[in-house]
Design a protein around this ligand. Structure first.
Ligand SMILES: Nc1ncnc2c1ncn2[C@@H]1O[C@H](COP(=O)(O)OP(=O)(O)OP(=O)(O)O)[C@@H](O)[C@H]1O
Ligand SMILES: [Mg+2]
Length: 247
């Protein structure tokens, strides 16, 4: 089977820092990958290269069979590679519903000065997506009024409006109180399952990783140091020593 996303020899340095060190990686349809690693290990850099926000110094990225190396993010997203950000990228002075309308219009290439936004989008799709991430009751409120957990949900909902095959989420639970993290992840995973979206999320909380991932990849100093079933990776010596601090 072809990989949904695959990289070969992906490398990027910032001055003397090797943030991505010759990374060979693949993810298949239906996987739910958690990426773990210390601050500065290169987790976000790798995502940024795969999604076109950074260009690698060496190596290639294929998404859904197409070579997307060095392409602009807006082109890659159209092939079905969505992402959400460590800090949600919302239209804070718009309502929750308008944020989804903007995403939908962008997908259709129909963002236009000459047409009211609300006319150009499929209302049912928007309401269904709001429902899917449990934000329907907040649809008329400003995005800026949402607490962090709901901002994360809105960020993902906006990405879902682009009908991704793969959604990469950079720390979807960061900034969210620990007692709310499980509810947030449960909502996100339910939404992704319903839309049959393959997912990859960066996460520091081991409980969340063990509960929601089907596979774990551990990043150490710009390399994938361990990759496999969660129980195996979380028990490996390098991960316990370098990441979890439990060796
Ligand atoms: N635009 C940049 N310019 C210079 N150095 C950078 C840049 N982006 C990342 N780096 C460096 O590359 C390394 C990897 O950073 P990256 O943000 O990918 O780590 P991370 O694993 O996502 O960390 P965190 O868990 O803190 O989000 C770090 O040493 C970082 O300082
Ligand atoms: Mg990061």
């Amino acid at each position: 089977m072809d990989a949904l996303i695959r990289t070969e020899g992906l490398s990027l340095s910032f001055g003397g820092v090797v943030a991505a060190d010759n990374i060979d990686f693949r993810l298949d349809v239906g996987e739910r990958l958690a990426v773990i690693g210390q601050n500065g290990a290169g987790k976000t850099t790798f995502i940024n290269i795969c999604t076109g926000f950074l260009k690698p110094t060496r190596g290639r990225v294929w998404f859904d069979g197409k070579d997307v190396t060095g392409m602009e993010p807006r082109h890659i997203v159209r092939f079905g590679l969505g992402r959400s950000f460590q800090l949600p990228q919302l239209f804070l002075d718009h309502t929750v519903r308008q944020c989804l309308e903007i995403s939908a219009a962008a997908r259709q290439g129909r963002l236009s000065f000459f047409k009211p936004l609300a006319q150009s989008v499929n209302r049912r799709e928007i309401e269904h997506t709001l429902e899917l991430v449990s934000l329907r009751e907040r649809g008329s409120e400003l995005a800026s009024s949402l607490p962090e957990g709901q901002r994360k949900l809105l960020d993902v909902a906006m990405a879902l409006m682009l009908n991704p095959k793969l959604l990469i989420m950079d720390e979807p639970t960061s900034g969210v109180a620990s007692e709310d993290k499980h509810d947030l992840m449960a909502t996100l995973m339910r939404a992704l399952d319903e839309r049959k979206v393959t997912s990859w999320f960066v996460e520091h909380d081991v409980d969340i990783v063990s509960r929601y991932a089907t596979r774990v990849a551990a990043w150490i100093a710009g390399k994938v140091a361990a990759d496999g079933p969660p129980a195996e990776v979380l028990a490996s010596a390098a991960v316990r020593r370098e990441i979890l601090g439990t060796a």
